[in-house]
Design a protein around this ligand. Structure first.
Ligand SMILES: Cc1cc2nc3c(=O)[nH]c(=O)nc-3n(C[C@H](O)[C@H](O)[C@H](O)COP(=O)(O)OP(=O)(O)OC[C@H]3O[C@@H](n4cnc5c(N)ncnc54)[C@H](O)[C@@H]3O)c2cc1C
Length: 591
């Protein structure tokens, strides 16, 4: 069924968490009319996600909010000298250099991306994104409950309720994005196939204020682990102190036995728990909140269809271990937004939007499995410290790994191995940056062989220009002799044809196409000079070859050499764009 009038907006977004907000920003920057709604009166009201990985930072950079985010966050240098100790004040068992801050890994991280990691809790990043999205023209409705949707041929009609007045009304949109979190009604109404299960373990956070800077000045870390009876329950079996603001705003985390029902805790009990984990009976925390949450292990194998698509926790639900939640939400939104925008602007067919599931669902499955495995991997650490029959496991475990005996040496070796396994949680740059998309929006090389990873693909980034991979970062020299990344010359909502000085046919053909969404960047011309010869090292094609980079920074297609004529180059470009954009008509069209 169709109706004669236009829909109210191009895109309606239900949910203003990271998924909804990034969707709103990216779509508004594309010039679409966007409306976002949330049932709450404001954005995130608890710290929740905080670790922001390099890929999410690259998305922020592309959307122009990296600088504002960085001003609000705790810098990379303060994130990762992470102790495993009996308490914050007590003896240390080990330290893990986390989030790439360690001397063994820092170089990998610096090489792979122009963006350092950042620790920025959700209540600080969400207003940054909202502000930018509103400036770009997105409109937002708070205190608004989503009720249901009806999909028609040319639109989606969404029923909402104003939570203040009780008034019920409808909003129509060309597309609906379900960014409504782990309890997504939209994913349910879409009947997206879900795999796994929810609420398999119980976790609690006590939010408190109190100055712990004395312990952090020499070993700054936003996450601190404690082998302590106060945090011993559950598959992690450690207490944690997670920083919100250096170093006087904290969350004290621990597992609880959910078979006994939901944890109830008085402020006095919370104070005692915090004192035990801090290791100072005189410490006087100001208890702000006690939060209960459950460990989920669930992902969707389809992210939407027709005019309705979901992203973020609506389609992947998992614990915070590995810090992948918000980061994956941001990338889902960044992937979906340009596809919807290109379709609505007439640049692409609807088949482009359908590639969203093929590209993002495998990533969602991978991160759900990774985050849950990261919790299970703590078993090795507990085994290394275990003393059978002990009445005081924390003290005895410490004594075991400090013993000047062959058994002590064996325990220390087991401890080191257990800590190395934690690299898959805390130094897994490959999990964060090695995504490879396979879909109709990517054209694999004609002679493509399966990719061989030379190092562990979970831990280490493998930079490549293979179609489906993220464009490698290399420092170039831009205008005014300023250092810029290859990532800075692509993106911003456009396709980019990247070639070198000798790729003259490609450059001429792309110029001749004169498409509003395609720019040409010739490396080594003013504004993009490869003075460090870094690009030459990573580009994997001849200088005269071409790379077609999508608006989200992923390589769509590459050709190793120049064509012999501009006409041939133009025909080749038309063909690949027609395939990628689901626009068969582009093949013959002359501009
Ligand atoms: C304790 C904790 C720690 C975490 N740590 C990290 C971390 O370090 N790094 C990381 O990347 N991730 C972390 N996460 C995960 C991260 O918080 C989530 O992945 C992220 O918030 C999900 O974003 P989202 O936008 O998909 O959904 P949400 O943030 O859950 O937002 C859902 C939105 O939908 C709205 N909504 C839902 N239903 C309706 C309705 N019917 N009507 C109107 N509005 C509705 C809500 O109001 C809200 O605006 C953590 C999570 C928790 C709980």
């Amino acid at each position: 069924m169709t109706t004669s009038n236009s829909p109210d907006v191009d895109v309606l977004i239900v949910g203003l968490g990271p998924t909804g907000l990034i969707s709103a920003l990216a779509l508004a920057q594309q010039g679409l009319s966007v409306r976002g709604l949330t049932r709450w009166h404001w954005l995130a009201n608890s710290p929740r996600a905080h670790i922001t990985n390099q890929r999410a930072m690259e998305v922020y950079r592309d959307l122009g909010i990296e600088e504002d985010a960085t001003k609000q966050g705790t810098p990379w240098d303060l994130m990762g000298d992470t102790p495993v100790a009996v308490s914050m004040a007590g003896e240390e068992i080990a330290r893990i250099q986390t989030w790439g801050t360690g001397y063994l890994r820092r170089g990998d991280y610096v090489q792979a991306s122009p963006c350092p990691l950042l620790d920025i809790p959700q209540p600080y990043i969400e207003p940054v994104i909202l502000n930018a999205a509103a400036h770009a023209g997105a409109k937002f409705m708070f205190n608004t409950e989503y009720l249901s949707y009806t999909e028609l041929d040319d639109r989606v009609v969404v029923a909402c309720r104003d939570e203040i007045t009780g008034h019920e009304y409808e909003v129509s949109a060309r597309y609906l994005i379900g960014a409504d979190g782990a309890g997504s009604q939209i994913a349910e109404q879409l009947e997206l196939a879900m795999h796994g299960h929810m609420a398999r373990a119980g976790q609690a956070y006590i939010r408190f204020r109190g100055d712990l800077s004395a312990y952090l000045d020499t070993r700054p870390s936003v996450l601190n682990w404690f082998v302590n009876p106060a945090g011993a329950f559950g598959e992690i079996g450690l207490g944690s102190l997670r920083n919100v603001r250096p170093w006087d705003d904290w969350m004290c985390g621990f597992g609880f036995d959910m078979s006994k029902g939901e944890l109830k805790m008085s402020n006095e009990e919370a104070t005692q728990k915090v004192r035990a984990i801090v290791g100072d009976p005189t410490f006087d925390p100001e208890i702000v909140d006690i939060m209960i949450w459950y460990v989920n292990q669930q992902y969707a194998s389809e992210y939407g269809r027709g005019r309705v698509f979901c992203g973020g926790d609506a389609v992947h639900r998992h614990p915070p271990s590995s810090g992948l939640g918000l980061n994956t939400c941001v990338q889902d939104a960044h992937n979906l937004a340009w596809k919807i925008a290109y379709h609505l602007k007439g640049y692409a067919g609807s088949g482009l939007v359908d590639t969203y599931t093929a590209e993002r669902a495998p990533v969602g499955k991978q991160i759900v499995e990774r985050a849950n495995q990261s919790r299970l991997d703590y078993q090795r650490l507990r085994d290394a410290l275990a003393v059978p029959g002990s009445k005081d496991p924390a003290a005895d475990g410490l004594a075991k790994v400090k013993a000047p005996t062959p058994e002590g040496a064996a325990a220390r070796k087991a401890l080191r191995e257990a800590l190395e396994l934690k690299d898959y949680e805390f130094n897994a740059e490959g999990v964060e940056l090695n995504q490879r998309y396979a879909s109709d929006a990517v054209i694999v090389d004609a002679d493509a062989q399966p990719e061989v990873f030379v190092r562990d693909p979970q831990l280490f980034v493998q930079a490549t220009t293979r179609p489906g991979a993220k464009l490698p970062h290399a420092w170039l020299v831009g205008k005014n002799k300023k250092k810029i990344s290859t990532l800075d010359v692509v993106g911003k909502g456009r396709f980019t044809l990247l070639t070198g000085l000798s790729g003259t046919k490609w450059a001429a053909a792309a110029e001749r196409l004169n498409l509003p969404f395609l720019q040409v960047v010739v490396i080594d011309t003013p504004g993009a000079q490869d003075l460090y010869a870094n690009w030459q090292r990573v580009r994997e094609i001849d200088e005269a070859g071409a790379l077609l980079v999508r608006p989200d920074g992923f390589v769509a297609w590459r050709q190793s050499q120049d064509e012999s004529t501009v006409d041939e180059a133009e025909a080749a470009l038309r063909d690949v764009l027609a395939r990628i954009l689901d626009r068969p008509d582009m093949r013959g069209r002359s501009h």
